[in-house]
Design a protein around this ligand. Sequence first.
Ligand code: ADP
Ligand code: MG
Length: 421
Amino acid sequence: MKLNVDVLRYLSKEDFRVLTAVEMGMRNHEIVPSELVDRIASLKHGGTYKVLKNLLKHKLVHHDSSKCELFLQHFGTIPLSTILFYPILRPLGYIDDGFRLTYLGYDFLAIKTMVNRGVFASVGRQIGVGKESDIFEVATEDGTILAMKLHRLGRVSFRAVKSKRDYLRHRRSYNWLYLSRLAALKEFAFMKALEEHGFPVPNAIDCNRHCVIMSLIQGYPLVQVKELQNPEAVFDRIIGLVIRLAEHGLIHCDFNEFNIMIDDDEKVTMIDFPQMVSVSHRNAQMYFDRDVECIFKFFGKRFNLSFEEESYNSDSVGGDVEDGSRPSFLSINKSAGFLDRELAASGFTTKDQADMDKFIEEDSAGVAVSDDEEDPSNSDEAIVRGTDALHLVEQTEQVQEGDGQDEVNNRESTEGGGSNE
Ligand code: ADP
Ligand code: MG
């Protein structure tokens, strides 16, 4: 996906205010009625509609006009400029439309927040595209290059989800904003904890919404490496990592040649953590064996290392797999296993984990995720009331601001994370 951040420079404070209003409305609606956007943004003189038109032009929001039958019957299409007349057309029953954020709109909100925080100053080329993420280089003020991962959970299954829209009308967990944000939060929490316990992972720098900023790893994903000076040593190091992770209470669950980076000194770094699980997960052994098997298979094929056929070594502790057998999950000493519990106490809660597990499982089964509980703090009224605070912060900021042409409206409003808390 292309990320044209030039547009970012030209977006005004009002643009970001309305974009944030759409984001807030999405706590409660898949498609946010434009009237609600207007109420949340509360710009003067129908200003919201003018701004929405601009946001649409830049593809930061998507306009859903599927419920504007009366208008369409009369006029065939809905030209962009009609938006300016919505306050008149809606009471007449011509328009019952709504907006949702696009990935680009969500990207801009996260990027703007990070730039405001001083985490980085510019966005560069795309360096990776995963099934459920896009990775870009970003540069700090002093020229340091970092990696930015934008999570896109739900991208793959969005269409399938959409076709079940009626059934899901009041179900909010399937919301891609929410899921992408959870994935980022989890990845950040895990990366940080792993780093603190001496695992070779990128340095976790910051996280906002669906976006994680981390250090840029020099080197290549293992899948691109055709030759190694010392494949046995690299193999041992990698298997040692799987075992040490388990000793700390964790399983990577996607441990393969795409998620292991190798540098020129054949140093190993592991990446990509949103799917990690605890060793107490009911399928832990299966996930562990699968991770191990991926590495055995890859090194057997690519570097001609020879192993015993699928044999498991029940004595193997601490990465010792010299006889070519697989380490056995059951015989690993997990008494150091506190990381999983430590993480459960971090920003990523058990409920978050449950929601993600549910998504991952049901997504693979082709079913969308649901959430039965309605949270009264997420009602439209509560959201509109909550934005009174947004006005206050904004007024304070206005006083402090200089020219501030492309200042975002305020930190509170753009840092809220935007989806279901
Ligand atoms: P996905 O979940 O979509 O697989 P990954 O985190 O595995 O995302 O990243 C996809 C690709 O982006 C990786 O294979 C790697 O090439 C590149 N990449 C990711 N993080 C970094 C990083 N910190 N430094 C350098 N390259 C990275
Ligand atoms: Mg990956």
